[in-house]
Design a protein around this ligand. Structure first.
Ligand SMILES: [Zn+2]
Length: 331
């Protein structure tokens, strides 16, 4: 059953966050598969790897095999029923409907609270067409949740149907470690009192942080960045990137991870160095998901460094973005 919600009629900004929390609590009672998968989540094993000033967790989560192994080729997508379209949702699935989106519980969670927020219409994954809505949801759900977006060619398992995900706030290691990382590893490319943009290279990842108390400014600076990305990666589809967005104390915080490839060579290897890891926003935020026990047990710190080097953009591309952003913004 889909419940229509009109949060704009409610003065309390946290209203939708509370409704979303309630949805999960209700679904645990009404949907046995979902409830079982949440119970199993408390049993997942985690390994922690130390880096200079931060940590990366590896989670063994067998329920994620379908997602990690998803065939997202055009043929496969065209040949299947879209699992985010309303008419194809499981009978047990309930949801909250805003004007343009459905908030749905993810029945195969990685986090203690995990949602998919899908456009009501079937239309392709596109950050250009949805970045403002990503910011709006991160604001409205910000009391409890962090939003994330995976590009159509780097992690979205439904590249043909626009969607975000939401995770319990501060569950991804990078969210908790960011203050230390920004002090140690960042250079500012823009700062005007309302908005700050930093480029960060922490030895494992290169990414960009946007922090702003002004949505209009955040939108315009992001679109300057998106145009620089399109120049650096002139593709037919949008440049590959994973994004997270959160909101706290009146400030949006957006991390953008530009990508070089979708899956590392270890994913495709037929040899014993095979690792079935298909990184997306969550992995880049320091929570690597391994659906197979053997990968969870054998992965090393060196593998993590090697995989991140392959999937994130090169030094040259990062310097190109730095130059373009530097030209666009002056202090
Ligand atoms: Zn669809």
């Amino acid at each position: 059953m889909i419940l229509e919600v009109r949060p704009e009629k409610n003065k309390n900004i946290d209203w939708l966050a509370e409704q979303t929390k309630q949805l999960l609590s209700d679904q645990k009672k009404s949907w046995p598969l979902l409830n079982k998968n949440y119970e199993n989540l408390s049993l997942v094993q985690t390994r922690t790897f130390e880096f200079d000033g931060f940590e990366v967790d590896v989670q063994f989560n067998p329920e994620r095999i379908k997602s990690s192994n998803a065939d997202v080729s055009k043929e496969a997508i065209n040949g299947r029923q879209c699992f985010l379209c309303l008419q194809n949702l499981p009978d047990e699935q309930n949801g909250l409907a805003t004007n343009n989106f459905l908030i749905l519980c993810n029945p195969y969670p990685i986090f203690p609270e995990h949602f998919t927020i899908a456009r009501r219409n079937h239309e392709p994954q596109s950050i250009e067409n949805s970045f403002e809505e990503l910011l709006d949801f991160s604001h409205e759900l910000g009391k409890h949740y962090t939003l994330f977006y995976n590009g159509p060619r780097c992690g979205a398992s439904a590249p043909d149907h626009l969607h975000f995900q939401a995770a319990a706030k501060n569950i991804m290691p990078l969210e908790r470690q960011f203050d230390g990382i920004i002090n140690k590893y960042s250079t500012a490319v823009f700062s005007n009192g309302n908005t700050e943009i930093h480029l960060i290279e922490d030895g494992l990842r290169s990414f960009i942080s946007f922090e702003s108390r002004n949505k209009r400014e955040l939108l315009s600076t992001f679109f300057v960045f998106l145009n620089a990305m399109k120049k650096a990666f002139p593709l037919e589809d949008e440049p590959m990137m994973n994004i997270t967005a959160s909101f706290e104390h009146g400030i949006w915080r957006v991390f953008v991870f530009p990508r070089n490839v979708h899956r590392p060579k270890q994913f495709f290897s037929k040899e014993e160095n095979q690792l079935l890891i298909s990184p997306a926003a969550v992995d880049l935020c320091g929570l690597i998901i391994t659906p197979r026990k053997e990968d969870f047990e054998k992965i090393t710190r060196g593998d993590i460094i090697d995989i991140f080097k392959q999937i994130t953009i090169t030094k040259e591309h990062f310097e190109f973005l730095r130059k373009k952003l530097g030209e666009a913004f002056t202090f």
